[in-house]
Design a binder for this molecule. Structure first.
Ligand code: NDP
Length: 323
């Protein structure tokens, strides 16, 4: 069975490619540049890759660029999307929103031409598309949409919201014979499949853990976040594809914690490192993300946060990024 994974070199997608190969799938993986060994070597060395992994070059912004990649696939996993927090001098409409939204509609348009074999497209959205709130009292579930993020305040969150909306609108308008299922992970941590050679290479979500253990964070931030392990996010994608009855959106989250608790747990596991200890300046509520739908319908029993924190931090230490 042939499936396509877009943005295959990424933190989440490379775990998904590994899992798909382990499960016996043939995988067509799209990357920005096949020649870029940094982005492809970790994929090429996966077990099963030499027989069942094909790398193709595709451009999110180019119409039709994914036509060949999705052809004759039975499933498509669209994970590629820019993930970073825009800096002051950037144009987030150009660097975040357009690649997220046009990338999604371009991939879906190619899926319309993929042929009869295509059964399902799984889109990697985010909790960001469900809610922009992290530090207000209350809970988040799949029935909600982020209505608060703007280009000026929360451009990444906006990019994910508009991209997922565009995907559902596309389905409504084109009524394809295949189904769309969306996964909405919270902050993804856990070990990457790629070695980090410098701090600049660390993916955005692991970067937060890095700053908590390398002495660079002066004070624990107030509030907190929800976390999920990258291995469970890969599994969530697979189950969203394989389980026929899966439908709609799935928040993927193990637990919701304050940064203070995260720092405490890291300090316990890595007492020899400079884990941030200065208490947050104020107490802020943390919005709880509900994971019941994913547990019930995708059958995920989540890897505990302690294990994810340990494996994330250990990799950063092993890669020499924590002095
Ligand atoms: P990565 O940055 O590791 O992966 C992102 C992937 O998208 C990479 O393959 C990257 O290619 C590709 N990509 C980014 N921008 C472009 C672009 N302009 N054109 C073509 N390709 C592009 O991040 P993650 O693995 O963490 O993210 C994967 C998905 O999961 C994204 O959709 C993200 O929004 C979503 N997500 C992530 C969460 C997290 O905490 N990590 C939480 C919720 C959702 P390249 O490597 O060449 O840059």
């Amino acid at each position: 069975e042939l499936v396509c994974v877009t943005g295959a070199s990424g933190f989440v997608a490379s775990h998904l490619v590994a899992l798909l190969l382990r499960e016996g799938y043939r995988v067509r993986a799209t990357v920005r540049s096949i020649k870029d060994a940094k982005k492809t070597a970790h994929l090429r060395r996966l077990p099963g890759a030499s027989e069942r992994l094909e790398l193709v070059e595709c451009d999110l912004m180019k119409e039709g660029s994914f036509d060949r990649a999705v052809l004759q696939c039975s499933g498509v996993f669209h994970t590629a999307s820019p993930f970073f927090f825009a800096k002051g001098n950037e144009d987030p409409e150009r660097t975040l929103v357009r690649p997220a939204v046009q990338g999604t509609t371009n991939v879906l348009a190619s899926c319309l031409k993929a042929g009869e074999t295509l059964k399902r497209v799984v889109l990697t959205s985010s909790v960001a598309a469900v809610s922009g709130a992290t530090n207000v009292e209350g809970t988040i579930d799949e029935s909600q949409w982020n209505t608060t993020s703007t280009l000026e305040k929360g451009a990444y969150l906006l990019s994910k919201t508009l991209a997922e909306r565009a995907a559902w609108d596309f389905i409504e308008k084109n009524k394809p014979h295949w189904s769309l299922v969306v996964v909405n992970p919270v902050m993804v941590i856990g070990p990457g499949l790629n070695r980090f050679e410098s701090k600049e290479e660390v993916n955005t979500s692991s970067g937060i853990i890095l700053s908590m253990i390398d002495g660079s964070m002066p004070q624990i931030p107030s509030g907190g976040l929800s976390f999920v392990d990258v291995r469970d996010v890969a599994l969530g994608h697979l189950r969203a594809y394989e389980r026929k009855e899966a439908e709609g959106r799935y928040l993927l989250s193990e637990s919701t914690e304050t940064y203070e608790t995260v720092a405490d747990r890291l300090k316990k596991q890595f007492p020899q490192h400079r884990v941030v200890t200065k208490k947050p300046s104020r107490k802020t509520p943390v919005t709880v993300v509900k994971n019941e739908k994913s547990v019930r319908e995708l059958g995920i029993s989540y890897i505990p946060l302690d294990v994810s924190l340990r494996d994330t931090a250990q990799q950063l230490i092993d890669d020499g990024l924590v002095k």
